[in-house]
Design a protein around this ligand. Structure first.
Ligand code: MTE
Length: 323
C-alpha cells in the first residue's frame, strides 16, 4: 500500500526528472519498442531488511544518541522511509528497494584523493573502526516537496576530512557513487551522466551538521537508503545527500553535480532549502510530510538556520546560495 497521501495538486512522483530528460527517455524507449509502465505503486515492498547477524559492524549498533539533534515531529515509520526512495541508479521511481538488493556492498573500497597530503584507499569496515558512531534525528526535505524525519546513525563528515589531511589548496569536496550497470539497471539509462556526483565546500563539509550516514533506525543502512555509506546534509535539498559513496576528491574547483549536468537551470550547486525560492516548475513553500496527510510550511534551511549561522557570510554577496 502506498502510504504517501497525495492531492491532485501535488507534483508528480518523479518530478525531479526534468522534462527534457523525460522526453528524451520516452523517445529512446519508443524507438526500442518499449513502453513506460504506468508505475504500479501499490505494494509496500519489505525488501532490504538488514540481516544484523551477518553485518560485520553489527556490534556498533545501536549507537549512542546525540541529543543535540532533535526534531519536533514524530519520526517517519521505518517501513515507509525504507520503501519510498529516490535512487536513480535503480530506477526513476520510488519503489526501488527490491532492485537495490542487487548491489554488492562487500568488499567496499573508498578512495580519498585530489588535494590531499597522500591519496589512499580504505575499506568501509576499516573506516568504521576509525570513527565514532552516534545517532542523530534529522529532517530530510526532498526537492520534490516531500519530507521525512529520520534517525540516522553515522559520524560527522569532519572526521573523514581530518583523516584525509587535505592541503590548503582544497576548497571543495567532490563525492562520487559507484558505477556498476550490471548491478544497477538505472545506470544503463544513457541519458543520465553517471556516476552520481555531488559536492560541498570544505566549509560546509566540516560543519557540525554534515553527517556521514552508515545506519538508520539503530541498524546498518539498507541498500536502498544508500549502503554502506551516504551523506546527510539536512539544510539542503535531499539530492545533495549522495548515496553509496566510493570516492571523496578534494578539489580547488567547484565540482559539477549529477543534477547540474542533467538540468543546470533547475538544480544548482548550493541547493539550500528556502520556501521563498520556487523550483522552476513548482512551489517550495510547503512540503508533504511522508506518512501523514499533512502539508506543512517549509522552513528556511529546512529549520536549521540557527545552526547554519554565518556559514555563508563570505559568499552571500556573490553567489545565490539558494540555487
Ligand atoms: N544518491 C544517489 N547516488 N542517487 C540518487 O538517485 N537521490 C537523492 C539522494 N541521494 C539519489 C542520491 C535524492 S533526490 C533524495 S531525496 C535522497 O537521496 C533520498 O534518500 P532516501 O531514499 O534515503 O530517502
Amino acid at each position: 500500500m502506498l502510504i504517501k497521501h497525495r492531492r491532485a495538486s501535488d507534483i508528480h512522483e518523479n518530478h525531479l526528472t526534468p522534462e527534457s530528460v523525460y522526453l528524451n527517455r520516452r523517445a529512446l524507449l519508443k524507438g526500442a519498442g518499449l513502453a513506460i509502465g504506468g508505475a504500479a505503486l501499490t505494494a509496500c515492498d519489505p525488501a532490504g531488511a538488514v540481516d544484523l547477524l551477518s553485518d560485520p559492524n553489527a556490534d556498533l549498533y545501536p549507537a549512542a544518541r546525540n541529543e543535540v539533534y532533535q526534531i519536533d515531529r514524530p519520526l517517519t515509520a521505518e517501513a515507509l522511509s525504507t520503501t519510498y526512495n529516490n535512487f536513480y541508479e535503480f530506477g526513476s521511481h520510488k519503489r526501488i528497494a527490491k532492485a537495490a538488493q542487487k548491489l554488492t556492498i562487500r568488499p567496499w573500497e573508498i578512495a580519498i584523493d585530489g588535494e590531499v597530503e597522500a591519496p589512499f584507499k580504505v575499506g568501509f569496515d576499516d573506516l568504521m573502526r576509525k570513527v565514532r558512531l552516534e545517532e542523530r534525528y534529522y529532517r530530510h526535505r526532498c526537492v520534490e516537496a516531500w519530507s521525512m524525519d529520520v534517525p540516522w546513525t553515522g559520524f560527522p563528515l569532519r572526521q573523514l576530512v581530518e583523516l584525509a589531511k587535505p592541503l590548503s589548496s582544497a576548497k571543495y569536496l567532490r563525492m562520487e557513487t559507484f558505477q556498476r550497470p550490471s548491478e544497477a539497471s538505472g545506470q544503463k539509462q544513457i541519458w543520465y551522466p553517471w556516476p552520481y556526483v555531488e559536492g560541498l565546500t570544505i566549509k560546509e563539509a566540516t560543519h557540525d551538521l554534515a553527517f556521514m550516514v552508515t545506519g538508520i533506525y539503530g541498524k546498518p543502512l539498507p541498500k536502498q537508503n544508500g549502503a554502506p555509506l551516504r551523506l546527510a546534509v539536512p539544510w539542503k535539498y535531499g539530492f545533495k545527500s549522495i548515496k553509496s559513496i566510493v570516492r571523496f576528491t578534494f578539489t580547488e574547483k567547484e565540482p559539477v553535480s549529477f543534477w547540474q549536468k542533467v538540468e543546470g537551470r533547475e538544480y544548482g550547486f548550493w541547493a539550500n532549502v528556502n520556501p521563498g525560492v520556487d523550483h522552476r516548475r513548482w512551489s517550495q513553500a510547503t512540503e508533504q510530510v511522508l506518512g501523514t496527510q499533512e502539508r506543512v510550511p517549509t522552513r528556511l534551511f529546512n529549520g536549521y538556520a540557527e545552526e547554519i549561522g554565518g556559514l555563508y557570510d563570505d559568499v552571500k554577496g556573490t553567489r545565490n546560495i539558494f540555487f
